[in-house]
Ligand binder design. Structure first.
Ligand code: HEM
Length: 214
């Protein structure tokens, strides 16, 4: 039986689910239910969801391998693009209401406040990933180079966590929880890479030591 993950309807369902936080923001805007500080409400909601989508995207590969669900890969690109979508909204809520679209003031702020510098870095690193997320770009760059480039998501997630940690004054539990999750996901990848490498080395040694058939 084909996996439900291979169905296009699963993709449609996940797409609609990913739009949920955006729908929530639109609904809260139109019902005038944004709390005492609407800008802060937008910034916090979009910042939270950017980080959540980055983490969810990073979960796909380990879950795919550990749970033996190869078709999960079909959702990875969409989830990564949603991380970028919420990052764009987050950035716009900063550039618009916070900086009045004054790019010179924004640059000054990026240079002055370390938590903005590192958040901006996290955002900028996502741009090449979003631009090269298509099958055409995988072909153009070649699988290996494309994979190397897409490892920038790890740095973006680390910067996102530092950004969050630096902006909270005392409530460090949530940023530290994200830090722990991102650390586990990255360590799993390093472990997986080491295992694959040692298997490849063992396989090469076995072929070389096998007597040649005449
Ligand atoms: C991948 C990129 C980014 C991630 C993952 C991220 C994540 C977050 C998170 C989780 C929060 C806190 C939400 C909460 O308190 O519930 C936040 C707040 C904020 N972020 Fe970002 N962010 C990113 C990029 C940026 C960029 C590019 C800027 C501006 C240049 C920025 C400016 C802010 C500001 C101004 C706040 C609110 C700070 C406050 O309440 O004092 N972020 N971000």
């Amino acid at each position: 039986m084909p996996s439900p993950l291979a169905s296009k309807w699963t993709k449609v369902f996940v797409f609609l689910l990913c739009l949920g936080p955006f729908g929530f923001l639109v609904w809260r805007t139109f019902t005038g239910n944004l709390g005492p500080n609407p800008v802060e409400f937008y910034q916090h909601t979009t910042g939270d969801w950017t980080l959540r989508f980055l983490v969810i995207t990073l979960c796909i590969t380990p879950f795919r391998k550990l749970l033996k669900l190869p078709d999960l890969i079909r959702l990875r690109r969409m989830l990564g693009l949603f991380a970028f979508f919420y990052a764009c909204l987050h950035f716009l809520t900063y550039l618009g209401p916070d900086q009045s679209f004054d790019l010179a003031a924004m640059w000054k702020d990026v240079a002055k406040r370390p938590f903005i510098t590192v958040g901006f870095t996290a955002f900028v690193l996502l741009i090449p990933l979003a631009l090269t997320s298509t099958a055409g770009w995988i072909r153009r760059l070649g699988g290996r180079r494309w994979q190397m480039l897409h490892r920038l998501i790890y740095i973006s997630a680390i910067c996102g966590v530092i950004h969050y940690y630096w902006l909270v004054k005392s409530a460090v539990l949530r940023p530290l929880t994200y830090a722990a999750i991102v650390a586990v996901l990255l360590l799993w990848r390093i472990g997986d890479w080491l295992i694959r490498r040692s298997r490849a080395v063992a396989a090469t040694a076995k072929t070389q030591s096998a007597p040649a058939k005449l």
